[in-house]
Design a binder for this molecule. Structure first.
Ligand SMILES: [Mn+2]
Length: 427
């Protein structure tokens, strides 16, 4: 299925007048604040969020799964789905693949399919958190950290194979997330598990092409409930430092214990030039994988505040990081959820861009606590939805991607074409 620009324009038509009024209003406000709407729009348009191939189907919990129908049955159909999202929002111009769920059998064909839809290949993700039917050794007791060198070898070779697949597609980044850890005190030596992980990662790092980045993701618990080998940003940071300049820390928002100050972690990683990318999602209790911005939009804004500060301090742009969504959709249509996620990220970014940083710095220097809060919240409480919509409109997207998605009956057509019982690979 493909959405034409005529179809999207037809959806925009009845909304155009109201949008123009709203945009004129927000433009006037921004200009009065000394900001240039066109500059902001250009920056918003640069931010492209990669859609993970595993998030296009209905997610499940350990209790059950309730498929929505019309899910992509193969990699070609996953690319087709990301193409639909990108046609609607013009901000999902990349796909992040998970190996072995999405092995590109014919890389040339897959690459040309993606290019035709304006998509690039973002980070490729290895998987040593589950056993594949044909593998000789089990990851039940870990992969890169395993006590048995043969298991570690198998996991190292898998990661190198993932790099090769990524190279064939034009990706330049490997994401490594390990489920490795222990369920009970005394089960493993912390030191030995770390050292095995480090030496395994060093072998993978040695196979990394020169222009590639290795992203190391951390998580405090789950699926192991006593200890995770790469449990926090400090451990990921330490591993990256030992690996070399092409290794960076990946921050998955859900991979923190409740109330962790993630924006402070982001600021520190930016300061040390060790932040590599994001996995966006939101959570109330644990790694809930909910739609980013649905529970804690202020936290998301504060994270973007630190990102924008870091970019300005280092003279970098948004393309210096890997931006990905890592969410699971148990009750929503995955594509609707992803449209909401991208919009939430764009909004937080836009709000962070309009912070009066000069005044904030002055207020910080003077320890004017109340005014610091005032300046941040002024930006956060500014309604920039019309600015985001204008950025989409100018790029040929939909004024309201979610409404257009429904109006064009995308899910119904996908079900008609792929069937009610189609299940996405990997789920
Ligand atoms: Mn993740």
């Amino acid at each position: 299925m493909h959405l034409s620009s005529e179809q999207i324009q037809a959806c925009n038509e009845p909304m155009l007048r109201r949008h123009q009024q709203a945009f004129a209003q927000v433009s006037a406000y921004l200009q009065a604040e000394g900001l240039q709407p066109d500059d902001l729009i250009a920056q918003i348009q640069q931010l492209q969020i990669a859609i993970p191939s595993w998030a296009l189907g209905t997610g499940g919990t350990r209790f059950g799964r309730f498929p929505i129908g019309g899910e992509p049955r193969n990699l070609e159909e996953k690319i087709e789905d990301v193409g639909l999202l990108h046609a609607l929002n013009r901000a999902s111009g990349a796909i992040s693949l998970h190996i072995p769920w999405d092995i590109p059998e014919n890389a040339g064909h897959i690459r040309s399919l993606a290019t035709a839809l304006g998509l690039k290949f973002d980070a490729v993700n290895s998987n040593t958190f589950q056993d594949q039917p044909d593998q000789p050794y089990s990851y039940k007791f870990g992969s890169l950290c395993h006590t048995d060198a043969a298991v570690r070898r198998q996991a190292i070779e898998h990661n190198i194979e993932v790099i090769r697949y990524g190279q064939a597609l034009g990706s330049r980044c490997l994401s490594v997330w390990l489920a490795d850890g222990s369920n009970f005190p005394g089960q493993r030596s912390f030191v030995q598990a770390f050292q095995h992980t480090l030496s395994s990662l060093q072998e993978i790092y040695a196979a990394l092409p020169d222009d590639w980045t290795m992203l190391v993701e951390y998580k405090p618990y789950e699926p192991n409930f006593y200890a995770t080998v790469i449990q926090d940003w400090g451990t990921a940071f330490l591993l990256c430092r030992k690996l070399g300049p092409s290794a960076r820390v990946l921050v998955d928002l859900g991979h923190h214990l409740p109330n962790t100050n993630i924006e402070q972690i982001v600021a520190t990683l930016m300061m040390e030039d060790m932040l590599g990318g994001f996995h966006f999602n939101d959570s109330k209790y644990g790694d809930d994988d909910l739609t980013v911005g649905s529970i804690k939009p202020y936290q998301l804004f504060l994270i973007f505040h630190e990102l924008v500060s870091g970019f300005q301090a280092r003279g970098r742009g948004v393309d210096s990081l890997a931006w990905m969504i890592d969410a699971s959709h148990n009750t929503k249509d995955p594509l609707e959820d992803l449209l909401q996620s991208v919009e939430a990220i764009q909004l937080a970014f836009a709000q962070a861009l309009i912070i009066d940083r000069k005044s904030l710095e002055e207020a910080q220097q003077q320890n004017d606590v109340a005014w610091c809060q005032e300046l941040l919240q002024k930006a956060f409480r500014t309604d920039l939805r019309a600015l985001i919509a204008e950025a989409r409109l100018r790029a040929g997207g939909a004024l309201s991607p979610l409404q257009a998605y429904r109006q064009l009956q995308v899910r119904q057509q996908l079900i008609a074409h792929r069937g009610k019982k189609a299940v996405a690979t990997g789920l």
